[in-house]
Design a binder for this molecule. Sequence first.
Ligand SMILES: Nc1ncnc2c1ncn2[C@@H]1O[C@H](COP(=O)(O)OP(=O)(O)O)[C@@H](O)[C@H]1O
Ligand SMILES: O=P(O)(O)OC[C@H](O)CO
Length: 493
Amino acid sequence: MIIALDQGTTSSRAVLFDHDADIVDVEQQEFTQHYPKSGWVEHDANEIWDTQFGVLQKLVAANQLRPDDIAAIGITNQRETTIVWNRHTGEPVYNAIVWQDRRTAARCDEIAEAGWKDRIEQKTGLVIDAYFSASKIQWVLDNVEGARSLADAGDLLFGTVDSWLIWKLTDGAVHATDASNAARTMLLNIDSGQWDPELLELFTVPASMLPEVKGSSDDFGVVSFQGKSVPIAGVAGDQQAALFGQTCFEKGMAKNTYGTGCFMLMNTGSERVKSQSGLLSTIAWSIDGKLTYALEGSVFIAGAAVQWLRDELQFIESASDSEALAAQANPESNVVVVPAFAGLGAPHWDMYARGAIFGLTRDSGRAEIAKATLQSLAYQIYDVLEAMQKDSGISLSQLNVDGGAIANDFLAQFQADVLQKSVVRPKVLESTALGAAYLAGLKVAYWTLEDLSRVREIEREFKPRLPKEKIDALLKQWNKAVERSKQWVESDE
Ligand SMILES: Nc1ncnc2c1ncn2[C@@H]1O[C@H](COP(=O)(O)OP(=O)(O)O)[C@@H](O)[C@H]1O
Ligand SMILES: O=P(O)(O)OC[C@H](O)CO
């Protein structure tokens, strides 16, 4: 069997897969989100480790696993989130700065104004935005007392969450990442797959802090377990892992994952596609020294908007209750929610947009707001899919979906309506974990690529039901709402 560790934005999961790629068991634990200031989002890196290791131990105990039962471990993770720790003590010097965190927006503006936009896009495939790790590392070095001098002395290490977990699991023996995660730092040249000295200088990051960049199906060291060694053999950023888990192995195949955010990725093969529409070019995976690229549309807030309904507005007790509440909404309601809580990602890229509710009338209530919130996920994906079809020149006939929030049938049906395309939901919604398991299993010859293409099963296909004229009218309102939420906060706020 293979164990996948899926370290997401809101929870840590350990998933056990058998040889048919069926889930045998899942253990999951949520952890604390810290919002120290408006626009800032942090995690405690030790809590990330404790919850991740805790669910691994629970999985092992619940299934009475012995070392020989586990062919390999795969790791997949929330990407870009930045951890800096001391290589001697193992202690993080600051909380993990989460991908959603906007604190470095002004620094990113400065870099853009200094004329770096095209050069950064050419090297990294990314747009200049606080989303990526580079400006976050610089922030830690510039703002945490003593960090800069420790870094200059070679005492600090940087890692995205995968590197942190690998380092902890191997007792500090391995400081490594894979190419798909490295591509999200804004420090990697995605053509060569190497760290880029010019970008390291721009973001003032000493090369000694950086992890070794390995393949996604590779040797990442071993975990000692009951006196034996279990290999860590697969690592990928969660969105690229989901693309792999959905067996999108061929150029032109795409998936969308509905988790905390939404991330649509299309495999573009061995060629990177330059986006004209605000999408990212990124490394999908690196296998046997061969890089595969993807076009990506990143939407920052998706399932997180449902958490907002649950936690801040307290309209529902659990995320899944949003489906029944939305069903009670007045069908004539024209409420539109723009969940730009962390600015807007693709294709708009506005760090200063903020969330808004439009079209409220005296009879708008919880149900109407819940429905509009779920609809906002589908509209955001419509915008990204349009951009992706334009950039790639490929028209998708259907959308492969996965992730926690697409278990919601209202959302899945509305997504099919908005796109006027079928939405195809696989049996295993945990494509992210599955992808990491596949990458690990391939490395240790537990599976072959042919095995993997055979095992994907569809649970349900949602076909469009609403007429195009109705959708066009809804999209017009959505576009108006998005325009009005842009540039809401000033850059110096
Ligand atoms: N039935 C549901 N309807 C709508 N949203 C849901 C549902 N179940 C989970 N979610 C949302 O999906 C997200 C969890 O999905 P998951 O794939 O576990 O995300 P992540 O990997 O980002 O932590 C949460 O933000 C939650 O609010
Ligand atoms: O934790 P998730 O699944 O929402 O994914 C987060 C992304 O990797 C951020 O880029």
